[in-house]
Design a protein. Structure first.
Length: 133
C-alpha cells in the first residue's frame, strides 16, 4: 500500500511539473522512480504493455477532475501526504517483521544508509550488517 501511494504522489507530481508529457511518460517515469525496483521481469513487462493503453492526458485529467481546481488539489495532496509516507517508512523500519530487506538494500545502494531511521543498525556493507539489534 505504501509503495502504491508513493507511486500516486510521484504521478501527481509529474502531472504538475511536466504539463507537456503524455500520460504514458508521466506513468512510466513515476513507475521507474517508485515501483519498478520491487517488480520482476513479468510485472515490469506487464506495466510496459499497459502503458500502450494509457488514456490521453486530457481525458485522464477530465476523469479525475471534480468541481474544483484539480492542479491545486494534486499539489495539496502531494504536500500534505508526503510527510505521512515518510512517517510510515519510519514506522516500518522499527517493525522488523514488516521491514522489507530489499528496501534496506536499496537504501544502502543509494548511499542513503539507515542512519536516523533505525537505531542500532549499521549499513556499511550489504545486508550482512543490517541485522536487527
Amino acid at each position: 500500500m505504501c509503495r502504491a501511494m508513493e507511486f500516486l504522489v510521484e504521478l501527481f507530481h509529474n502531472l504538475l511539473q511536466h504539463p507537456d508529457w503524455t500520460m504514458s511518460q508521466v506513468c512510466t517515469d513515476s513507475y521507474g522512480k517508485t515501483l519498478k525496483q520491487w517488480h520482476g521481469w513479468l510485472a515490469s513487462s506487464s506495466f510496459s504493455l499497459a502503458m500502450k493503453l494509457a488514456p490521453d492526458r486530457k481525458k485522464f485529467m477530465d476523469v479525475i477532475s471534480g468541481t474544483g481546481d484539480v492542479n491545486a488539489d494534486m499539489e495539496a495532496f502531494c504536500t500534505s501526504f508526503s510527510p505521512f509516507l515518510e512517517e510510515n517508512h519510519k514506522f516500518l523500519v522499527r517493525c522488523p517483521v514488516l521491514w522489507d530487506r530489499k528496501y534496506m538494500a536499496m537504501q544502502v545502494a543509494l548511499g542513503k544508509g539507515l542512519s536516523g531511521v533505525e537505531p542500532g543498525r549499521k549499513a556499511s556493507k550489504g545486508l550482512d550488517n543490517l541485522k536487527a539489534s
